[in-house]
Design a protein around this ligand. Structure first.
Ligand SMILES: *Cc1c(COP(=O)(O)O)cnc(C)c1O
Length: 390
């Protein structure tokens, strides 16, 4: 059976909604319009009960308590609330923050904003394998460091960062640890206590849930983390995120987390097999292919590959049957080669010769074979100076 094209291989940018999640989303959207803050009648109670369950489901995915989950509009908002809210709450403790050079713009830019406001921000560089060295983070800490923010799994190269080690270092030094886990949540096991994480951001649409909903985990004990809210109003979400709750989105996020927690182990095993098959086919079919970032530890569904001598723009225009990308979805509008790849030591040429391939829950072996064959054919033909007919 021929595969249906275009084949979606861009699961780091967003994921399709899981049919089971969609079913929940539609049901709540249709049948439950109550405001969970309406404490005087059954419509409000029903909505509040649904939100409670969702809060427990999100918490369970992270080994957290339900009261530690704040619902937001997505990982961008969660990151902003965590970073700006923490900085404002703890400014008296010191004015120093530590981060990495592997962060998403939704961490990088709030921190740049704080830097403009007088905070010192130290950016620790990853190794050429795309992994942070815990000792390097440790060395960056000073007596007035308030917070470390380190991405959990990188959104372009999929490398999984040493959170547990950095968590231990932060605990020893009394520093708050935030992680942007938009790519990691639901894809690798995360336990906030085992990892020593105090603040964690996640996003619905990266885990087969809807867009426009996310969560922030905020530790309530050992230590209890305070945040200054970014918006004022009705005092929802323990005053940290005022505004009427997106009940259908929240319930759907809960269901997405429930499914992820349940299926994570099997799913990552399956994705790893598909990923290895894909990578094997590329290497078999072509010379001059390089995997960017360490092969391990890496998200099971991620491949980031450079093809010597082939510009990725040109490659993409020839690969119309595939939905792949050249870098992060947010930055691919500016046509330049990935800065993340250059930060881990790739030349602009090699960074500009890369493809990010993200396999997901519904990717089939037929799609993998089809995609690998297309890439091999198009790269070979571009190297020949020709244009491959689709
Ligand atoms: C997608 C992504 C975000 C942004 O999440 P939204 O929910 O779209 O705001 C932030 N950080 C990382 C690492 C991401 O992959």
């Amino acid at each position: 059976m021929p595969v249906k094209t275009p084949v979606y291989l861009d699961h780091h940018a967003t994921t399709p909604i899981d049919p089971r999640v969609l079913e929940v989303l539609q049901r709540v959207q249709r049948d439950q319009f109550g405001n969970p803050a309406s404490s005087g009648h059954a419509f409000g109670w029903a909505a509040a009960k649904l939100v409670d369950t969702a809060r427990e489901q999100v918490a369970a995915l992270l080994g957290a308590g339900a009261r530690e989950i704040i619902f937001t509009s997505g990982a961008t908002e969660s990151n902003n609330l965590a970073l700006l809210g923490c900085a404002e709450a703890y400014a008296a403790r010191g004015r120093h923050l530590v981060t990495t050079n592997l962060e998403h713009e939704a961490v990088e830019l709030p921190l740049a904003h704080l830097a403009q406001g007088g905070w010192r921000v130290s950016t620790v560089a990853a190794g050429t394998d795309g992994l942070m060295i815990p000792e390097a983070i440790s060395s960056a800490l000073t007596a007035d460091t308030v917070l470390v923010s380190m991405i959990a799994a990188q959104n372009e190269i999929g490398t999984i960062q040493p959170l547990a080690e950095v968590g231990r270092i932060c605990k020893d030094r009394g520093v708050i640890l935030h992680t942007d886990a938009a790519q990691a949540a639901g894809r690798i096991p995360l336990d906030v206590d085992a990892l020593g994480v105090d603040l964690l951001s996640l996003s619905g649409h990266k885990i087969y849930g809807p867009k426009g909903v996310g969560a922030l985990y905020v530790r309530r004990r050992n230590p209890r983390v305070s945040l200054i809210p970014r918006q004022q109003g009705g005092g929802q979400e323990r005053g940290l995120r005022s505004g009427t709750l997106n009940v259908p989105g929240i319930v759907a996020l809960g269901e997405a987390c429930r499914i992820a927690a349940h299926e994570l182990t099997d799913e990552s095993r399956r994705l790893l097999e598909l990923r290895d098959r894909f990578w094997h086919r590329l290497r078999e079919g072509l010379s001059g292919v390089h995997l960017n970032g360490a092969e391990k530890p890496r998200l099971a569904g991620n491949l980031n590959v450079s093809f010597e001598g082939v510009g990725s723009r040109k490659l993409l225009t020839q690969l119309t049957q595939l939905a792949v990308s050249t870098g992060s979805a947010c930055s691919s509008a500016d046509a330049g080669p990935s800065t993340i790849l250059q930060r881990i030591g790739l030349t602009p040429e090699m960074a500009g010769a890369s493809l990010r391939i993200g396999l997901g829950r519904f990717t089939t072996v037929q799609e993998v074979d089809f995609a690998a064959n297309r890439i091999v054919a198009v790269v070979a033909s571009l190297r020949d100076g020709g244009t491959e007919a689709e």
